[in-house]
Design a protein around this ligand. Sequence first.
Ligand code: DHE
Length: 528
Amino acid sequence: MRWPWPDPRAAALLAPLLMTAAPAAVARPDAATLYSQRCAACHGAERLGGRGPALLPENMGRLRPPQAGAVIARGRPATQMPGFADTLSPPEIEALTAFIYSPAPPDLRWGATEIEETRSVLVPPERLPARPVFDADPLNLFVVVETGDHHATVLDGDRFAPIHRFPTRPALHGGPKFSPDGRFVYLMSRDGWVTKYDLYSLQPVAEVRAGVNSRNVALSSDGRFVAVANYLPHSLVLLDAGDLSVKRVVPAVALRGGATSRVSAVYDARPRRSFIVAMKDIPEVWEVSYDDNAPPVYTGLVHSHEKGMVEGLAASAGLFALRRIAVEEPLDDFMFDPPYRSLLGSAREGGRTVVVNLTVGRPVATVPLEGLPHLGSGITWMREGRRLLATPHLKEPQVSVIDMANWGVVARIPTDGPGFFLRSHERTPYAWTDSMMGGPGARDTIQVIDKRSLEVVRRLRPAPGRTAAHVEFTRDGRHALVSVWEDDGAVVVYDAESFEEVARLPMRRPSGKYNVFNKITLSEGTSH
Ligand code: DHE
């Protein structure tokens, strides 16, 4: 779903070409030369991208080699990617396909110098207007990311009318992040581009490529820094949120043994004035302070299970002080309790969910959640004096509800299929979830769960037979916006109490929508 490649069935188009046997004595095509002749101008000499996307295995997403071969042969509609079937033989196309799936160069460098070279300030702050150039509540705007044709729409959340639509870098991923006053939004593409966009004047103001393959961004709660999590290279990049200049590139290296790691994601922990960093390949969770006066922490805080003690290696303090929390196995897909004292992470290999107490810096509990809980979509709320946490599962047709006081399972709410997103708002008694990971009979259904009875009380089908997913509420919680997640899709607005449809706005695969007010106030039922 990352790139708008043609339908996977396009691979079938290539099959006859590949089956046209080349003469037996023909030499093997020289893929590197072919690449530099045919591809490098757009995709970069090192395959790091340029006018076209990066062509490295990490950047291919779910595109498998047969489909990539079909793209090389036939081109990609609605883009500048031409087809090469007339000029390259099937073995040459096959060799090129293998070449772009070969690992990234081992000496790949994307440090401060390379990042800085890509940076541009498009509009200096003094040229920005003091007030919005439109007549709408700037805090009740939605930014809708449309991955169908790589655009974003700025939507008036009172009138449900688009204000502006603008092109984005291809394949945005993760939630856009807003400055504390809600004026600027930071968008990130899987190719590592970070764009700062001014919602008052409706224009991009700065851009930089912080990674070659990136996961997500977080904005510090004081609005000073943008943190970027990278798969390629293995690094966490800290940018100045004003002009996107590089403040620090932190290589993701394990404390012991020197192994490097992909950085899965980075999160802002507002009450702690720090970023929490998930590591894909090493058993550590990092906390990077953005407090100028952060007290000393041990740069190598390690919980030793054998010795039952904590070893302090070297102390650092202040801005960007790094604290490492040792866990038994790499943890992914985080969620937090509201005060950011507890972190829940999934240990993908062991199928376990681990609770890490961030105050003492070590794992304190495990939660019985099988079937790949999607903690990143988890929400919490108070019920009968207890804080509950709920999460959908990517592989089980249910929403699990956990008591955060004792980490026990309170309920497993059956749904029509495995889901991806779950949303609510402090002013509604309902939580809305999808079944988009389910079969054709389930994918089109949004289920409304009563947060009091913990039961599904309503099923909505915004477009029967078409995938429905990702809900976000208006700032007052009175309306819920649902995506029809198709290329010719829509955002459908529902009254959150009567469940009546209020508006339907055509959109190109609206993958997510983000309400300014709910994000900057850390609304209880949404992602942060
Ligand atoms: Fe996402 C958020 C990880 C695949 C759409 N996704 C996130 C976040 C993480 C994450 C860590 C939270 C970051 C944030 O918002 O700051 N996503 C992953 C994966 O590991 C996974 C499973 C595999 C991968 O390819 O990276 C994955 N994600 C997908 C998709 O296939 C989705 C459905 C389509 C797409 O665009 O790639 C997808 N992810 C999203 C969306 C959000 C997201 C729309 C923001 C949700 C929100 O409302 O905040």
